[in-house]
Design a binder for this molecule. Structure first.
Ligand code: PXP
Length: 241
């Protein structure tokens, strides 16, 4: 079984598009956890355009009521980001090599370049009891370098898999991801996966049993709209009849 961690950034985006606290992030997180979901993920970006640093605090407070579930906070290890992670001590911190203005995460770490800068950060997070995962491309050579950083996990960046899924390239790309995941496991690392996963493509990625956790936000939000839109319309039509 693979754990699901629901990424709530799109809830933050929707909320921030209006002045009110609606939808309320904690309420949606609670509803999600009550469905039996293992984890909640947020990725506060420097401009806090979707998830905010206050959301990290609020979600950590909620998660204390669910001791068998986890909060995963993702982001670039800026001072500001590290301060909020060290203050709130989520179960897991996924470090992502994002540029501050990036629309969304689009590449994994280059450890040949960034390893020396990352090691003290990883040590600090782990000293605070936080498990560290590194966002990585599905490249076995790059993944082989993770163990030396001290990180316990990787998160495989799955956009290439999601793009290939409806094409004839799917089997070759899936094989590449499985080789990457197996490399991580051989090095004693657990494997998370995320980005552009959806109801169609997620099962095949996880069928190998190599993936410990997936984090899913964008597609899950769209699918929730697709599955729930008609019910909401019907409810309005009933009210207005
Ligand atoms: N992993 C990382 C590092 C991300 O930045 C994101 C998007 O915030 C995700 C996973 C989840 O991707 P998606 O929203 O496409 O499910």
């Amino acid at each position: 079984m693979t754990h699901l961690s629901v990424n709530l950034n799109k809830i933050g985006l929707l909320r921030n598009s209006r002045g009110r606290d609606f939808p309320n992030m904690v309420q949606i997180a609670k509803q999600t956890l009550e469905q039996g979901v293992f984890g909640i993920t947020i990725h506060p970006r420097p401009d806090q355009r979707h998830a905010t640093y206050q959301d990290v605090r609020d979600l950590k407070a909620l998660l204390t009521q669910y001791p068998d579930r986890e909060l995963n906070v993702e982001g670039f290890p800026s001072d500001e980001f590290l301060n909020i992670v060290l203050e709130t001590q989520p179960h897991q911190c996924t470090l992502v090599p994002d540029d501050p203005n990036q629309l969304t995460s689009d590449h994994g770490w280059n450890l040949n370049r960034d390893r020396d800068a990352l090691i003290p950060v990883i040590n600090k997070l782990q000293a605070a009891g936080i498990r560290v995962s590194l966002f990585m491309d599905p490249d076995p050579e790059a993944i082989a370098l993770v163990k030396d950083t001290g990180a316990e996990r990787i998160e495989l960046y799955t956009e290439a898999y999601a793009n290939a899924w409806p094409t004839t390239e799917k089997d070759a790309v899936l094989a590449q991801y499985m080789e990457a995941a197996q490399t991580a496991v051989n090095h004693g690392l657990a494997v998370n996966a995320g980005h552009d996963l959806d109801l169609d493509n997620v099962a095949e990625l996880c069928a190998s049993g190599l993936i410990t956790e997936v984090s899913i936000g964008h597609a899950l939000t769209v699918e929730a709209l697709q599955m729930g839109w008609n019910q909401a319309i019907s409810a309005y039509l009933t009210r207005l009849a």
